[in-house]
Ligand binder design. Structure first.
Ligand code: ZN
Length: 194
């Protein structure tokens, strides 16, 4: 029970982290946070106090929204593109998505440096694509297969800070507290990398 996750909000009620019950209790005892949602059915008991199990806490005197630099990864390219194939424009489930090189690796050196990004494996040359579009595209350039890009791929300036699975948000009653800096996903395929 002490390891159960607790959603941590800043003083402006924006979710910024997930801690565990043990850490949440310490923050409450030190008067650095208060519980804004508890599970009344369960209690933490010690020699000195009894507290209802915290599910969501709010920090006092902490107004910032910490940001981490977005790590360049396959998963984050898919998240940047909102799980939407950048060629056909449809959204897919994670296991139906791939990451495609806009300029294929096999064509990279035949392109003049003016017409290509700095690196083939980069935010600027990789996009989320469904398996079907990826197969059609193969080693072609987008104009050779009549494709166009939904939007120009760039390094994300802003990404949500927290990724939380819907299952977890449901189970711990967090949904009402989630805000613009949280992305709720159906399932977390690999560990969150940003
Ligand atoms: Zn597609």
């Amino acid at each position: 029970m002490l390891n159960s996750p607790v959603l941590t909000l800043n003083s402006g009620m924006i979710p910024i982290d997930i801690c565990n019950v043990k850490e949440a209790i310490v923050l409450q005892i030190l008067d650095k946070a208060e519980a804004v949602k508890v599970d009344d059915q369960q209690h933490i008991r010690s020699q000195y106090l009894t507290l209802p199990l915290p599910r969501v806490i709010m920090l006092f005197n902490f107004h910032r929204i910490p940001r981490k630099k977005v790590v360049y990864s396959r998963l984050n390219i898919i998240y940047r593109d909102d799980m939407r194939c950048q060629y056909c424009g449809k959204r897919f489930k994670m296991d139906e998505l791939t990451v495609d090189h806009v300029i294929p690796l096999s064509r990279w050196h035949s392109m003049s440096t003016h017409h290509r990004p700095e690196s083939p494996n980069s935010w600027e040359n990789q996009v989320c694509a469904c398996k079907r579009c990826n197969t059609i595209k193969g080693n072609k350039l987008i104009r050779e297969c009549g494709f166009s890009l939904l939007r120009k791929p760039v390094e994300p300036k802003y990404m949500p800070y927290l990724i939380i699975s819907r299952d977890k948000a449901d189970r711990y009653g967090w949904l009402e507290f989630l805000n613009y800096n949280v992305r709720v996903v159906e399932a977390i395929d690999t560990g969150p990398s940003f």
